[in-house]
Design a protein around this ligand. Structure first.
Ligand SMILES: Cc1ncc(COP(=O)(O)O)c(C=O)c1O
Length: 411
């Protein structure tokens, strides 16, 4: 199948994506064929301008006064992050990355001997390392679930593991991994987690901004994401949804002046909303830029964006699979824009480097970033592509021609 990459067909439900307009407002599309949204999506010019404007204001009036002036925009970040996920603004906490969000949440769970954490093969490297360290230093029981035939986590195995662990087990789930186009069945996972009284923490770093998420349908207690990938925000931004009814279960490891009050010589108290997990200091400029990116994502529309990006993924996979020597590495259940592949006779990092020389941005993911996935599948690495709404047919043609040339070089 070859789809028209200039616009996606509208069906009356979702509006078509205006690819030309997205390119027009994204200067990074002019000089490169950029396929690395899963690393860091290209920000729009308005996102970058907002960051620079805020830094200019800091330059003239100082960081605190600049933050005062940006207060409405900063409130908008909470409101827009919440509306993206069907949550409430006071259920949002801002962080500098998804990893920080996950770390703070897992610290606040205060897990130890007697606790069980259940994780899928799709776990991100830093979270897997965290869970292994909880096992090795804190005596937490760690269960890594097998996958089913479709490459997603095995729901029966999840059910059994949660049954064996009993109520209160922690499920460290993932929506879309770093290492493939897999989309985990997060709503079914939520139903099983709820049936067992498990605590459901979802890493949606690769899906927020790409795939529609309604936290009530998912039923997660916590969702963590980053700003710089499919949301196209600045680096050094991220946020979490923390369900209001779950907040009492989180006791911040390092309470901060941002979310706690020192009320007397011997007394202190935490504020109740999600912000109790934040820290006072942050890149305000980054958050202002994140606000612009969130607004743009909402205005573009998540259903239209999702449909368009899934189509891009399908199209790229189909066309790559037609090149002799190319193997698609995505599991069968991969309705996302992330596409992974290998080329016979070439190391993934050499492919990525050769593409870069032709001004095509991809990335090589080594097994060391996904031992429970790539390592377990016997893949030393893959090349990962992740198009966004600003990619058009000129990008796709340049990419596919380059991969075909490279694949021919060993034959
Ligand atoms: C699935 C997944 N989770 C978490 C992260 C970590 O995000 P961050 O770098 O914002 O901490 C990544 C980063 O690539 C990721 O792919």
């Amino acid at each position: 199948m070859t789809i028209d990459l200039s616009t996606s067909a509208a069906d009356g439900v979702a509006t078509a994506i205006d690819v030309a307009a997205e390119r027009e407002r994204t200067v990074g599309t002019r000089r490169r064929h950029y396929f690395n949204a899963a690393g860091a999506g290209l920000p729009s010019d308005a996102v970058v301008e907002a960051v620079i404007d805020h830094l200019r204001t800091e330059q003239h009036v100082g960081g605190y006064e600049a933050a005062n002036r940006a207060a409405p925009a900063l409130d908008g970040v909470y409101a827009d992050a919440a509306s993206l996920l069907n949550a409430q603004p006071d259920e949002i906490a801002l962080f500098d990355s998804a990893t920080t969000g996950l770390r703070v949440v897992f610290d606040a769970l205060r897990l130890g001997r007697g606790d069980t954490v259940i994780a899928p093969r799709s776990s991100y490297v830093s979270q897997a390392l965290r869970l292994l360290s909880l096992r090795d230093y804190d005596g937490v029981e760690l269960v890594v679930l097998p996958n089913g035939a479709d490459g997603a986590l095995d729901l029966d195995a999840l059910d059994e593991a949660l049954h064996a662990a009993g109520p209160g087990a922690v499920l460290s789930a993932v929506h879309v991994p770093t290492s493939s186009g897999l989309v985990e069945p997060i709503e079914e996972i939520g139903r099983i987690a709820r049936a067992h009284g498990a605590r459901y923490i979802l890493d949606a770093t690769q899906s927020v901004g790409q795939i529609c998420i309604d936290v009530d349908r998912v039923g997660c207690d916590v969702l963590v994401t980053t700003g710089r990938k499919f949301l196209r925000g600045p680096r050094g931004t991220g946020f979490a949804f923390l369900r209001r009814s779950f907040l009492d279960q989180l006791a911040p490891w390092a309470p901060d002046v941002r979310g706690s009050d020192w009320t007397g010589f011997d007394e202190w108290m935490m504020s109740s909303p999600a912000r109790k997990l934040e820290t006072w200091e942050s890149s305000v400029a980054g958050r202002v830029g994140l606000g612009v990116a969130l607004r743009e994502a909402l205005e573009r529309g998540l259903p239209a964006t999702e449909r368009h990006l899934v189509d891009l993924g399908v199209d790229l996979r189909d066309r790559l699979a037609g090149i002799t020597g190319v193997e698609i590495a995505d599991p069968p259940r991969s309705p996302s824009s992330i596409v992974t592949f290998t080329v016979a006779g070439h190391a993934p990092r050499d492919i990525a480097a050769a593409l870069r020389e032709r001004r095509i941005d991809s990335i090589a993911i080594p097994a060391g970033h996904a031992q429970w996935d790539l390592g377990d599948r016997g893949l030393p690495g893959v090349v990962r592509l992740s198009p966004h709404v600003y990619n058009d047919e000129t990008d796709a043609t340049a990419l596919l021609d380059a991969v075909a040339d490279l694949a021919r070089q060993v034959r």
